[in-house]
Design a protein around this ligand. Structure first.
Ligand SMILES: Cc1cc2nc3c(=O)[nH]c(=O)nc-3n(C[C@H](O)[C@H](O)[C@H](O)COP(=O)(O)OP(=O)(O)OC[C@H]3O[C@@H](n4cnc5c(N)ncnc54)[C@H](O)[C@@H]3O)c2cc1C
Ligand code: FES
Length: 468
């Protein structure tokens, strides 16, 4: 059981019974979030026979739980990337998000998905935050974004100023996914839900083994947020983190999309009236490493306190959390699982994967069809930028090593109850009281109270209890 997001409650799931993945396809796309749904649609529009496999249901992953801002101003992300990789890579990163933003807003306009145009702000609450926000202003200006500094952003509390970028967008991610899937199916995409991919093997054709049968294809796209296959070692080169979101009825609403430059991060947006509710205030943030904070419910409580301090009349209507991955070099992965492979991957969007996922889909579909998107080169796994992040990958692995040791020592010390062991690579699971799940601190797999997989890279249920 996980807490459903506001969007998931608004768009109940409609099962499609009696479908099988068996057969031969041009491309099998794994994962029905923004990356997979968009890739499947693009390939089907180009005339391919496409199978879209989903372990749970459409939007069950991060997309259906996102705050869904489509913004090129992304907190302090550009200045972080500039420090690490320099201005050329920042330019390619922005090209990815520009492509995704333009593609999505055009698709939404053409298919009746509601989009609200809003300015985006990176705001500062402290002196440190102001320094970070001003660094972002400078990098964003150098990269050609029409950003400006505002001393007093229109917030109902004091701040130390903000970077502002006009004419960005926000939407309901489940409404968007519904339209992408409907268009995909109109173009011949076969969607099979409840089919978890367990293995991908062979080539010409590649065999995709799922809990519902085996599919064969010339190309496979793993759009599972973090690649589920251990080949390529992506799980060891990215940090999973969870963040929280709450929706409130409130007489006061932000007139834009805000993200703080300070930590812990706070995100604000509104959502217009609809689905029997008036307009709502959405507050998010307070992220932490998956499986590395207990009790998790305290993060929701901190965000509740923050909201009541700044929006005293706010009345809660929904609370949930979601997961995303930050790679060791800070850039998403978009390209082959291994050099030359026909298995492609995309993920590691560091909480900016709505525009990032749509942009990635454009690059992945072009690659499957034999084309080439120049800005995607810098974002390929195994690129120069990726290899430049190797020391950070070692650091992530060192942290994982510490967690592993802690995890194995802790149950022995406490004795008595034993611990659940992750079916991926044996991490000791921790209880997530906010979402009622067992979470792995190593690579972010999550399991329901019965041990069934909620999120990968694990593909099998938890079966073992560590003896004490
Ligand atoms: C709190 C929060 C707020 C965010 N807000 C924003 C925002 O405002 N703007 C923005 O751009 N981004 C935002 N993001 C990031 C964004 O939501 C994600 O990066 C994006 O949704 C990732 O999309 P995806 O399609 O790659 O993955 P997902 O949406 O996670 O989809 C992957 C799918 O693959 C399926 N799957 C996994 N394993 C298997 C398997 N073995 N077999 C079959 N299927 C499988 C899953 O069930 C899932 O449905 C936010 C993230 C968080 C955590
Ligand atoms: S996710 Fe890798 S060991 Fe748990």
């Amino acid at each position: 059981m996980t807490l459903p997001s506001l969007w998931q409650v608004r768009h109940p799931h409609h099962p499609r019974p009696g479908r099988s993945p068996e057969g031969t396809w041009d491309t099998v796309v794994v994962g029905a979030g923004i990356t997979g749904a968009t890739t499947a649609l693009l390939l089907a529009r180009a005339g391919q026979r496409v199978l879209l496999l989903e372990a749970r249901e459409v939007g069950a992953g991060s997309t259906g739980r996102s705050t869904a801002k489509l913004s090129l101003l992304q907190g302090t992300r550009l200045s972080q990337l500039a420090r690490r990789h320099g201005p050329t890579v920042v330019g390619h990163y922005l090209d990815l998000h520009r492509e995704g933003q333009a593609w999505l807003t055009r698709f939404a306009d053409e298919h009746g998905v509601a989009v609200q145009r809003r300015p985006a702000y990176t705001f500062a609450a402290t002196g440190n935050g102001e320094a970070r926000a001003r660094a972002e202003l400078w990098v964003a200006q150098e990269a050609g974004l029409a950003v400006e500094w505002v001393d007093q952003p229109p917030l109902p509390f004091e701040s130390r100023g903000a970077v502002r970028l006009a004419d960005q967008a926000q939407l309901d991610p489940m409404e968007l996914l519904g339209a992408l899937i409907a268009q995909g199916e109109d173009h011949g995409v076969t969607l099979v839900e409840g089919a978890r991919v367990r293995k991908v093997r062979g080539d010409g054709p590649i065999q995709v083994e799922t809990t519902a049968g085996t599919a064969r294809a010339a190309h496979v796209v793993l759009a599972t947020n973090m690649p589920i296959l251990d080949r390529g070692g992506f799980f060891a080169r990215a940090k999973p983190s969870r963040s929280y979101a709450l929706a409130f009825r409130s007489p006061e609403l932000p007139d834009g999309m805000y993200l703080s430059a300070d930590t812990p991060t706070v995100s604000l947006r509104d959502t217009p009236a609809g689905h029997g509710e008036g307009a709502l205030l959405l507050i998010g943030g307070h992220g932490h490493g998956t499986g590395r904070s207990a009790p998790t419910s305290r993060h929701l409580d901190q965000l509740r306190r923050w909201t009541h301090e700044h929006y005293p009349a706010a009345e809660e209507v929904a609370a949930w959390s979601a997961q995303d991955f930050q790679t060791h070099h800070g850039l998403p992965y978009i390209g082959p699982l291994l050099p030359g492979s026909d298995i492609l991957v995309a993920g590691g969007y560091a909480k900016w994967g709505i525009t990032g996922g749509a942009g990635a889909a454009v690059a992945l579909a072009a690659r499957v069809l034999g084309g080439h998107v120049p800005w995607a080169d810098a974002l390929q796994p195994w690129s120069r930028q990726e290899l430049s992040g190797t020391p950070s990958a070692a650091l992530i692995n060192a942290e994982v090593g510490v967690e592993l040791v802690r995890g194995w020592v802790r149950p022995l010390r406490r004795g008595g109850q034993g611990r659940l062991v992750c079916s991926h690579l044996g991490g000791i699971l921790t209880w997530n009281d906010a979402e009622q799940s067992w979470d792995c601190p190593l690579h972010g797999s999550r399991f329901d109270p019965d041990g069934e997989v909620l999120e990968g890279p694990a593909v099998c249920p938890v079966r073992r209890r560590l003896p004490v």
